[in-house]
Design a protein around this ligand. Structure first.
Ligand SMILES: C[S@@+](CC[C@H](N)C(=O)[O-])C[C@H]1O[C@@H](n2cnc3c(N)ncnc32)[C@H](O)[C@@H]1O
Length: 262
């Protein structure tokens, strides 16, 4: 795929004013309605395919033989990559539409379930060596119940590997749009963007929280922080996205943690 075709698969985002966001929550984060377009973008774009996913895989390291839960697995790219590396992977997501695409990718035998991060999870205590949670925690206002469940299904000493929106980047997006009044860095606030992807538009709301609030939530849930990472893009990005990398060879987009269950 040449560079211009890759750019067509980019997700363009527009910050939406809180007052313009519909009060009907079913109109936001409706991944079922844009599962196909999101998946096509995620497969090849810079921030998912050549930044977030390689960073998660690098943090996971050698996973051969490890039992791994992919929380918010979406259409299963990370699940597939971990399984290819010899891990025994299970995954869940709130979106049946995303899971349908994951099922097509991963086959009938894959352990995929519809479940809500934040509610009780359908796994026994101490089941997993690792949980990976890529770009999902920031959909939750309260991380407490979700982290408690992830801790419960991890064996003691197991790892929780997380990527979330970088709080400084979210604050910067608001500043650059002249909307700093809507995002005090120190507050936990809901922010909304309109994504245009594959000719479709969708409203996506996530929760910004400052770094100290993330750390407090991890510690309260009995996790110890072993790594905080602000990685570079994959080296392949330089050739595949020359214009973007020329402007910003390094950028803040997501923040990554490796946590150890107590
Ligand atoms: C940005 S996508 C990331 C998907 C996948 N982790 C990846 O990186 O390719 C966010 C995913 O989180 C899922 N999600 C959002 N809120 C969730 C919740 N409360 N419980 C489970 N999944 C959720 C969405 O359905 C979507 O598949």
């Amino acid at each position: 795929m040449i560079s211009s075709e890759r750019e067509e698969h980019a997700i363009s985002t527009r910050l939406v004013s809180p007052s313009a966001v519909s009060v009907d929550p079913s109109k936001t984060n409706d991944y079922d309605s844009f599962a196909g377009a999101y998946t096509a973008a995620n497969e090849t774009n810079l921030v998912n395919a050549y930044y977030e996913r390689p960073a998660m895989l690098a943090l996971a390291g050698d996973v051969a033989g490890r039992r791994i839960l992919d929380a918010g697995c979406g259409s299963g790219f990370l699940f597939a990559a971990l399984r290819d590396r010899g891990a025994l992977v299970s995954g869940f997501d709130a979106s049946a539409g995303m899971l349908e695409l994951a099922r097509r990718r991963l086959g009938d035998g894959a352990d995929l379930r519809v479940a809500d991060l934040g509610g009780p999870l359908p796994y026994a205590d101490d089941t997993f060596d690792d949980v990976v949670a890529s770009l999902v925690l920031h959909y939750l206002e309260d991380w407490g119940p979700a982290l408690a469940e992830l801790r419960r299904v991890l064996r003691p000493g197991g790892r929780l590997i997380v990527s979330v929106d970088h709080p400084f980047a979210v604050n910067l997006i608001h500043r650059e749009a002249g909307r700093e009044a809507e995002c005090d860095y120190f507050d936990t606030i809901k922010w909304t963007v309109e994504w245009t992807v594959g000719g479709q538009t969708a409203l996506v709301s996530r929760w910004h929280r400052p770094l100290h609030a993330m750390i407090e939530a991890f510690i309260r849930a009995d996790f110890r922080i072993t790594v905080i990472s602000e990685p570079d893009p994959d080296p392949a990005a330089r050739e595949l996205f020359p214009e973007a990398i020329a402007v910003e060879p390094r950028f803040l987009c997501f923040l990554f943690f490796v946590l150890q269950a107590g």
